[in-house]
Write a protein that binds this ligand. Sequence first.
Ligand code: PHE
Ligand code: NA
Length: 449
Amino acid sequence: MGQIDTNREQWGSRLGFILAAMGSAVGLGNIWRFSYVTGENGGAAFLLIYFFFIIFIGIPIVMAEFTIGKRAQSDVVGSFEELAPGKPWVLAGFMGVASAFIILSFYGVIAGWTVRYFIHYLTGGITVENDAQYVDVFLNFITNPLQPLLWQFLFMALTIGIVYVGVKKGIEKTNKILMPLLAILVIILAGYSLTLGGASDALSFLFTPDWSKLSDPNVYLAALGQAFFSLSLGMGALITYGSYLSKKEKLPGAAASVAALDTVFALIAGLMIFPAVFAFGIQPDEGPGLVFIALPSIFANMAYGTLFGGVFFFLLSAAALSSAVSLLEVAVAYFIRKFNWTRQKTTIIIGGIIFLIGVPSSLSQGNWSHITFFGAGILDSMDFIASNIFLPLGGLLIALFVGWGWKKSDALEASDFGDTLLGNAWIFILRYFAPIAIFIVFLASIGVF
Ligand code: PHE
Ligand code: NA
């Protein structure tokens, strides 16, 4: 401990790092999770709070993670041990590793569904007699005990394959081509979806707030969780990626562009999903199946729909893969150092364990649906605990660590802000605003007020 390992890999270029961070951020969170959580929380008011949290809590903590990683040049646990030896901050590191296990376990399940839908379209599309049957197709699939597990396994095997090969060769390349393609496709699909007849309902759902929702604390917790999940924030993915950055990179621009891209992606995904939801009479609060039900309706009605469907689910699977890679990398980077195993051995063991942890989440859609915690099934509970509790809590600790655990001048220098107005605003947010806001959201959601 203590000395910097000069043999750690580094990104091929500044662009490589930003692309990898973007690849981590953009994933199922922007399309699958964003649309169903927005749908469940009533649309516009949720969206407003979400944007607010992204700007005033998300981006500053993204900066904090990049800064920690770049300075410490270690994994999420090692970074805290390096920068604050013997201090309790390292707890945030362990929580990060735990979050990686939990999130990837169910992320692999949903990503498996995505791959399955890709294969559907590759092999001719989904045939139904009317749009309502897309629900049945979806439910038939996810309630089957074996099928979804096979796809989850396949997806996890791909994830393991990329992490096995290593940071530079594996992660950097995958993102360069496929992400821009996904962006273009989502824009085209949003354009088409807006012509289906549900546009005005969708736009008012997304942009005309029902202000009464602002008094529901759960909407705030959901928005906070979604902001963290979507930005890959609060569990050290961005610390780990920042640690592969050479010392000469400038961070604030990178943080802002990652957050902007991630948020624009989600917004356009919303413009793709919700017009179809309203046009085809789907319930916006349908839940985690929302995109798997709404999107097939779009493709069925579109010229070359099968082709578009295939390309879309392929690219979404690829986006999920680069996010999954970043999740696995958090755990793998830690265990490589911890046990002194090879990258290859670590990746297979940890990836395998995470697949197994995901099995109950998959089964919870069918045979195991009776197992619930506070009324939520296994998959939903995993998601809730990780996204709404662990990530914001991790983010809170990270904010406090950089805000209070570092000398201010150190933090400003390491962040590349220097002693500027923006830099001082950043420190203020990390010291006071972000921790207090997160704390209040937690208290409110357990009914303290
Ligand atoms: N941000 C990713 C997404 O939106 C998910 C993720 C969360 C990845 C946490 C890494 C860490 O899909
Ligand atoms: Na995201």
